[in-house]
Design a protein around this ligand. Structure first.
Ligand code: NAD
Ligand code: DAU
Length: 341
């Protein structure tokens, strides 16, 4: 049975997946949405600027670990979808601190304030396949009841937040639902992640840095499919439920980069093998049968179609990524809102 709620707090809605999720909700549902986002380097208000005056949409700039702000927002909403996070593995290797503050402390503040405000829920926490660690070539895909064996500071912080969510469900009976998804790609992805970085480097005639031997495997899912999975889990997932989401599309990093080279008609010589990422997980793969059965959800977009749409988006939105690369997004914000970020 579909759950009943009217007003949602979506955190991290100015990031890659949050942006796509809010667009999906405003197109296909009638929920009121408060988008709370700290506008870190990865958050871009411009992503949703065309929806600013939408009657069901409100933006609030702020941090999930700000207890005063969160407790006041929780009084206004029934349910929460928590996308807000520090999300990039390489950054977590350089400095884990912001990952602990946002991903661990921030999630606990959300849970505490949700409970104290008596929100009826659900509380949907968006997590990742990286909490399970790494697979060998012949291992079966990750299942929801596998051990959590995170290998990077990023994935360790996400595993911690998953466990805090579980504890809030067990201890206080909060209606928490967790989704764990594989690697997303699509419009609005910040150009530090593999696919947008490689597309943009190709367009600029730059080298394409591939870590190690390029044979690490990721399971790729088009961002719309992930957003539909989160929505299905929000509306139909059971309290305490954990749902793996994935694209059934395991590819090596080399295969991904070769697809981009072909789509953009660029030479393979642009590839440059560089030092490996420390602790680099070798392979991720997801068993999504539980989500298929309980949420009636499956990924829809095949890799070829998704990549054509993605490359087209980056070709048609060069101003978007040029502004990010040149730091002009700060200027956009100032011109638009009359104050500094
Ligand atoms: P992103 O880095 O593009 O966006 C993160 C957003 O959170 C940004 O808008 C940022 O400003 C905001 N934010 C960061 N710290 C905040 C704080 N303290 N308070 C409020 N807002 C804050 O990330 P993404 O790729 O859109 O990922 C969204 C979520 O999905 C994350 O929780 C991530 O762990 C998870 N996830 C991502 C992928 C993927 O492939 N990108 C896959 C599985 C799960
Ligand atoms: O699996 C889900 C996760 O996917 C999410 O939880 C993370 O938030 C998201 O950032 C992503 O993590 P990855 O580390 O897998 O994504 P990234 O795009 O950074 O790297 C994908 C693969 O490509 C990985 O094996 C490292 C490699 N890579 C990455 C970059 C940026 C390169 O070879 N060269 C690069 O320049």
């Amino acid at each position: 049975m579909k759950k009943q709620f009217k007003k949602l707090l979506v955190t991290g809605g100015c990031g890659f997946i949050g942006t796509n999720f809010i667009r999906l909700l405003l197109k296909e549902r009638q929920y009121e949405i408060i988008n709370l986002d700290a506008l870190t380097y990865a958050g871009n208000l411009e992503n949703l600027s065309d929806l600013e005056d939408h009657p069901l949409y409100t933006f609030v700039k702020g941090r999930i670990e700000d207890e005063e702000l969160i407790s006041s927002l929780m009084k206004e909403v029934d349910a929460v979808v928590n996308f807000a996070a520090e999300s990039h593995v390489d950054r977590s290797i350089k400095s884990a601190h912001p990952f602990i503050i946002t991903n661990v402390l921030g999630t606990q503040v959300l849970l505490d304030c949700f409970r104290k405000a008596g929100c009826k829920g659900p509380f949907l926490h968006v997590s990742t396949d990286e909490v399970y660690g790494s697979l060998k070539e012949d291992d079966p895909p990750f299942r929801e009841d596998d051990h959590l064996l995170p290998n990077s500071p990023y994935s360790a912080s996400k595993a911690s937040s998953d466990l805090l969510c579980r504890a809030a469900w067990k201890t206080f009976g909060l209606p928490v639902v967790i989704t764990r998804c594989s690697n997303n790609y699509g419009p609005y992805q910040f150009p530090e992640k593999l696919i947008p970085l490689m597309i943009i480097n190709c367009l600029q005639g730059r080298r394409l840095p591939i870590y190690g031997d390029g044979l690490n495997i990721r399971d790729w899912i088009f961002v719309d499919d992930h957003c539909r999975g989160v929505l299905a889990a929000l509306e139909h997932g059971k309290a305490g439920g954990i749902y793996n989401l994935g694209g059934n599309c395991e590819l090596t990093n080399l295969q991904v980069v070769e697809t981009i080279l072909t789509l953009l008609n660029k030479p393979r010589e642009l590839i440059e093998f560089v030092d490996d990422r420390p602790g680099h997980d070798r392979r991720y793969a997801m068993d999504i049968s539980l989500a298929q059965k309980e949420l009636s959800w499956s990924p829809d977009v095949d890799f070829e179609t998704g990549m054509e749409r993605t490359v087209k988006w980056y070709l048609e939105n060069q101003n978007w990524w040029q502004r990010i690369l040149s730091g002009q997004y700060q200027t956009y914000y100032r011109d638009h809102y009359g104050k500094d970020l």
